[in-house]
Design a protein around this ligand. Structure first.
Ligand code: 3H9
Length: 712
């Protein structure tokens, strides 16, 4: 007889099934893709525990996940909808209250609510593939199913806070040493390991052991209090603008002051506050958007070509950063430079990155040597004859790029992917200059290329789908966040940047200081303001772009000369000791420069502008409206597939605060009618710059938002 059907009354479609294995009731959660704790799983778990208690043949319960994970967490897709009972805290309490021992057998992800279910069990075993964590903070939340109360009782306040505030995943070994689990499975057969452990516990007569009653990890109250205060101070400093980290500290504090149930009640209250915060909406949007960007038409339609080796042409900062990213992905790299001296410099750039990591204690000498073993340099393109993919990162000029591609066309094997790292040049023209345009794609890395997560995959007209799919596959290997971009000047990111940068320049001319603008932008959540970024990147870069665009600039468009006046003086920013800010003696943090303010005043006078004051709020309204409006244009023209691609680009390449979701999500939260009204108000002074995007107008007229286009 099918024992499960005698134990459970749920329908056959239930994602939770139970089977008696000897005296152990094996409860399996099977809810692909990650066994998230949706309402049916929650119901199924409660029913399984109740069935186990009611059945005299059951002596213990073993919880396990089907597929690749134990449980990936609460079902994030349910957030924001009407909650259906039982709630996850109730499920965890029911598991913990079970009068028969409950054992969790963990493989793959046991994250968030998934780990909280395991913490509510009485014993925990994990196999080597397990990754355990409480990553709620990354979604703007706190562990809300008892995690803030149970984790400290098991592993102490300090370790629990570190887990919850970082959101990091720990492996099975570390989990064992922390006390998060009781047993490390010797093999990767989770079921066999779990069942054996359950049998062992039964033989020993192991009791029901509830985490809520654990006291040892909290025994040293002084140490716990000190850890809590240290975390509070650190969090206050580090998590600038974030809402949930301090709530986590507050919830954990209850473990020192209140009984378990009161602590749970406080956790619930704080969790609901986090749920209601716009940061939760922004971060969850970012979570899904980062996964949606992987789904480009080409990745669905074509299979990637194999990539076993990579060539990089150019050993400047960008080429070297790309080489480091590729080496770290475990692939061999061949760097091409025009002569030995340039090649030596290229290699030195690569080594410098590793030396920096060594100095910080994040890389050993041996690991550096092992990485460099995969690095080869050459002054001959012939060395690229066998590589699967080449990334060109030479000087940003069409003639220079085409000369490189002519060489690649000559030496590379058929089927090799030929990528350019250009930031704005026409990739169609690069492809058209060689015999195999279908192999040519844009891979736009951001500096420093080994650190910045964004990779724009630029799709020229003639590229074949499998080349684009290969670019996405490379991004995955490099652990980058890829965004598909169409061809236009600046692609997605730099094109939008040019417009909101211009909005900042207009603000400057009208009366705001660069220091006020930077401060307002930082207060919004950016790590740096636009003028600081310019000083860091080098003012000469923007200057070169402005000169390049001068010929095609609309003669009716306003042009602000202030930045040019600084560049004419050789004030390019940090590298020259002054730019928008002063950097005395190589200081990295700039100080305001009265001479810059005098230059700005002069330019305002020349332009006939009577300066006015701006509030920080007005500054941000203009800055963001410009960004959103151009974002809408980029979507309308198909340069970005969906608004969420704009969001991911600006979050991962341009410092837009992730907790606000991205500019398009932010616009939805503010309300598109409000954004459009702002643009129309600003247009009264400058109708050309503030031309509302037809897409924005259309959405407002139809009462829709940007998000409606994400699911089209
Ligand atoms: C929580 O638990 C709150 C509680 O404390 C309190 C509640 C009261 N829900 O990442 P992948 C989807 S908060 C729904 O590519 P991988 C994902 O969108 C939660 N869906 O796979 C994707 O869908 P699609 C705390 C989810 O193998 C598919 O699954 N937990 C969830 O590279 C595959 O995802 C977390 O924050 C979810 N919870 O990595 C963990 N998770 O195929 C979040 C994933 O349609 N998840 N999906 O694009 C992860 O970190 C990774 O997904 C995981 C698997 C490591 C599990």
């Amino acid at each position: 007889m099918d024992i499960a059907s005698t134990l459970l009354t749920a329908s056959t479609a239930t994602p939770v099934t139970a089977q008696l294995r000897g005296k152990v009731l094996l409860v399996t959660i099977d809810n692909p893709p990650v066994n998230a704790l949706g309402v049916d799983v929650r119901r199924g778990l409660v029913e399984a525990i109740e069935a186990a208690e009611a059945n005299p043949a059951v002596a213990a319960v073993l919880l396990a996940g089907a597929g690749r994970n134990f449980i990936g967490g609460a079902d994030i897709r349910e957030f924001g909808q009407t909650p259906l009972p039982p709630s996850l805290p109730e499920v965890c309490n029911r598991v913990e209250a079970c009068r028969k021992p409950v054992i969790a057998a963990i493989h793959g992800a046991a994250l968030g609510g998934g780990l909280e279910v395991a913490l509510a069990a009485h014993y925990r075993l994990a196999v080597a593939s397990a990754k355990l964590g409480l990553p709620e903070v990354q979604l703007g939340l706190l562990p809300g199913a008892g995690g803030t109360q149970r984790a400290p009782r098991l592993i102490g306040v300090k370790a629990a806070l570190e887990l919850m505030l970082s959101g990091r995943h720990v492996g099975a070994k570390e989990a064992l040493s922390l006390g998060l689990i009781d047993r490390l499975g010797g093999s990767d057969d989770t079921l066999a390991e779990g069942l054996a452990y359950a049998q062992e516990l039964l033989l020993e007569g192991a009791p029901v052991r509830r985490t809520r009653d654990a006291t040892a990890a909290l025994a040293d109250r002084d140490a716990s209090r000190a850890a809590l205060e240290a975390a509070r101070a650190e969090t206050g400093k580090k998590s600038r603008g974030l809402f949930s980290p301090l709530k986590i500290v507050e919830a954990v504090e209850a473990t020192l002051q209140q009984p378990f149930d009161a602590g749970l009640a406080l956790e619930r209250q704080l969790f609901l506050q986090c749920m209601a915060s716009p940061q939760r909406a922004g971060l969850i949007h970012a979570f899904f958007a980062e996964r949606e960007v992987l789904k480009a038409p080409e990745t669905k339609a074509a299979k990637p070509r194999p990539i076993g080796s990579v060539g990089v042409v150019g050993g400047g900062t960008m080429g070297a950063g790309i080489a480091v990213a590729v080496l770290e992905a475990g692939l061999p790299v061949t760097m091409i430079e025009r002569d030995d001296a340039s090649l030596a410099r290229g290699r030195a750039h690569v080594e410098k990155v590793y030396d920096g990591l060594m100095a910080k204690g994040r890389l050993t000498r041996e690991a550096k040597a092992a990485l460099l073993e995969r690095f080869a340099g050459s002054t001959s393109y012939d060395s690229l004859a066998a590589v699967d993919l080449v990334i060109e990162a030479v000087f940003e000029e069409m003639g220079v790029k085409q000369a490189v591609f002519a060489e690649l066309d000559r030496v590379c094997k058929p089927g090799a992917v030929l990528a350019t790292n250009t930031s704005y040049l026409d990739i169609n023209a690069i492809g058209a200059s060689i015999s195999r345009p279908a192999d040519v794609v844009g891979l736009h890395f951001f500096s420093p290329a080994n650190i910045m997560k964004l990779l724009e995959i630029v799709v020229p007209a003639k590229v074949s789908a499998d080349v684009v799919a290969t670019a996405f596959e490379l991004a995955k290997k490099l652990r980058k966040v890829p965004v598909r971009a169409g061809m236009c000047d600046g692609f997605i990111g730099n094109r939008i940047l040019a417009v909101y940068r211009q909005a900042a320049d207009y603000l400057l001319e009208k009366g705001a200081s660069p220091y006020q603008i930077d401060q307002a932008v930082r207060d919004f959540g950016y790590p740096m303001g636009p003028f600081q970024v310019s000083d860091l990147a080098g003012g000469d870069i923007g200057w070169a772009t402005r000169k390049r665009r001068a010929a095609t600039r609309d003669p009716n468009a306003r042009y602000v000369h202030i930045a040019d006046r600084l560049c004419e003086r050789g004030w390019f920013g940090q590298k020259t000791g002054r730019g928008w800010y002063l950097y005395p003696e190589g200081a990295r943090a700039g100080t305001p420069d009265p001479e810059v303010l005098a230059i700005i005043d002069e330019e305002r006078a020349k332009a006939g502008v009577t300066p006015r004051t701006f509030t920080d709020e007005e500054i941000m309204r203009r800055y963001l409206a410009a960004m959103i409006n151009e974002g809408a244009n980029v979507v309308r023209e198909g340069i970005a597939l969906r608004p969420l691609d704009v969001d991911v680009t600006l979050v991962h390449g341009y410092g837009f605060p992730r907790y606000r979701g991205g500019p398009m999500k932010y616009a939805d939260m503010v309300g598109l009618p409000k954004v459009l009204a702002d643009i129309r108000e600003f247009a009264q002074e400058d109708p050309l710059f503030w031309t509302p995007s037809p897409l924005l107008v259309d959405l407002v007229e139809r009462g829709r938002d940007f998000d409606s286009l994400n699911h089209a």
